[in-house]
Design a protein around this ligand. Structure first.
Ligand SMILES: [Zn+2]
Length: 495
């Protein structure tokens, strides 16, 4: 379901003008030719039948009228776009199925995930594009855009589009991660050069949004938020998939954008989450049906990628297309200055300090609470139990520049954290690469337990050459309780 903000961006004047100016062209591109052979009279739309009946006195006359004039047709065609989110590796199976049915899809990819285990490779994206599929954007690291400041939204959206352009694509279509959008995110989507951005859950699905329409309008009412039904999950049957199309068709046509994630045989098993999977069998059956359904001209239905559909609907190829401009991270903090935001952990979102995240991995149970601060009001208290492996820690958010401090490759940094702890701790360090991927870097020696406030200080090794930012946390690596406050990361200067 969509988690959009309630404040909606007003439609832009220029966009409306483009829409009006190209309406005639739209009909030419998306509507049936006026000379097309007559569908059966039962396919004639109610409104046109009513008009004919009002102008003619008898049923016989209506039939004669229909035979003599261009056949009435539905007000709008139906266009079906099949979209795949996140760049998951098993979507190659989906692409193969679509290609066998002669259907081109849209693949919305999260760029930092490409070439990673479990995700498509850049080579595969090139092949998908060469096969006619569209490559769209799904941000750099799939953050919830409603939860981050505008500068960071811009890095997520613009830098993701820039990465795709650098890889040779011409991305015009965005999908919001988690279908989460705000007025700011919609503005940024257009600023970054996308023509459209897709949500989820705002149209009728098999068991959701009852009472909502079955199709988005063509052209869409708000290109920066394309309405779509909820994502397809493993409970969707073949007949429900068909119904998304046939109901849209029956209710005046429009744009049906279906959203898939995993294409895998055993929903509910590892790597095949029931909440977002379709089996190859069901997808094959649906694609095969869609091929025959669209081949019948009386159905007035076609399939096309999102970008092509939008362009046809406004009658312009690449409307407003512009090269992507990356939104840079802030420069590194000056020598001697603490590079961290909210270092004393006083600004809170709920109980989590702004610009920090509660992180951890491995086999242990972490619980968090607030404690009296060393300075200011509060510190963060972490209790680990059942420790077998891994760690738990508070770290500056591993983002694209708003909270994680930028660094200069080759320099060393002084880290500091005030703490009390009943278990051993150590610094765990991560860095962001030039491709905006976060990686584990290194860890410090252990720090002893401490009953009174103690400062853990450590100087990092030289920052790796491909690093653009660093994040770190004092990690609890045993059962115990760790309280931390007053974090610091400083470039000491000198050589
Ligand atoms: Zn996603």
């Amino acid at each position: 379901m969509s988690t959009r903000g309630t404040a909606r961006r007003a439609p832009r004047g220029w966009r409306l003008l483009v829409t009006l100016a190209t309406t005639a062209l739209i009909c030419g591109l998306l509507g049936a030719p006026a000379t097309q052979a007559a569908p059966s009279t039962t396919a004639a739309p109610q409104a046109r039948q009513g008009t004919a009946a009002a102008a003619t006195p008898s049923a016989v006359s209506v039939v004669e009228e229909a035979a003599a004039r261009p056949v009435p047709r539905p007000s709008r065609r139906t266009v079906v776009s099949l979209s795949f989110d996140d760049g998951i590796a098993d979507q190659q199976v989906g692409a193969d199925i679509l290609e066998a049915a002669g259907i081109a899809g849209t693949f919305y990819v999260t760029t930092a995930w490409i070439d990673k285990p479990g995700f498509l490779s850049r080579t595969q994206l090139q092949e998908l594009s060469a096969a006619g599929h569209e490559i769209g954007g799904h941000t750099v690291t799939h953050r919830d855009l409603a939860q981050i400041p505008r500068s960071e939204v811009k890095r997520q959206v613009c830098n993701g589009r820039k990465a795709l352009q650098d890889w040779g694509f011409s991305p015009t279509s965005l999908a919001y991660p988690f279908a989460s959008s705000t007025a700011v995110a919609e503005e940024v989507a257009l600023e970054c050069g996308y023509d459209t951005a897709r949500g989820l859950g705002d149209l009728r699905g098999p068991a959701s949004c009852i009472g909502c329409p079955w199709g988005e309008t063509l052209p869409p009412g708000d290109a920066a938020y394309l309405a779509a039904p909820e994502q397809v999950n493993s409970s969707w049957t073949l007949s429900q998939l068909k119904r998304q199309v046939t109901q849209a068709r029956k209710t005046g046509g429009g744009w049906v954008i279906l959203t898939f994630h995993n294409v895998c045989s055993d929903p509910g098993s590892a790597g095949c989450p029931a909440s977002q999977s379709i089996t190859p069998q069901t997808l094959t059956a649906f694609a095969t049906w869609l091929r025959s359904y669209t081949a019948n001209p009386t159905n007035q239905t076609t399939t096309a990628p999102v970008g092509d559909t939008y362009e046809a609907s406004v009658g312009v190829r690449y409307p407003g297309y512009q090269d992507a401009v990356a939104e840079p991270a802030p420069p590194p903090a000056p020598v001697g200055q603490n590079a961290l935001s909210n270092a004393s952990l006083e600004q809170l979102e709920g109980q989590v300090p702004d610009c920090f995240e509660r992180a951890g991995y491995g086999d242990n149970t972490a619980s968090w609470s607030l404690a009296p601060g060393r300075t200011g009001e509060v510190a963060q208290q972490l209790t680990v139990s059942g420790y077998q492996s891994g760690d738990a820690k508070l770290m500056p958010e591993m983002d694209l520049g708003t909270c994680s401090p930028s660094v200069v490759p080759g320099r060393t940094y002084d880290l500091s954290t005030w703490y009390t702890s009943t278990g051993i701790t150590q610094y765990a360090l991560y860095y962001r690469t030039t491709t905006d991927e976060w990686r584990y870097w290194t860890s410090s020696p252990w720090f002893a337990t401490a009953t009174d406030w103690t400062e853990a200080t450590w100087t990092t090794p030289p920052v790796p050459q491909d690093a653009t930012a660093v994040s770190f946390g004092l990690a609890l690596i045993a059962d115990g309780t760790l309280v931390t406050d007053d974090y610091g990361m400083t470039d000491p200067g000198g050589e």
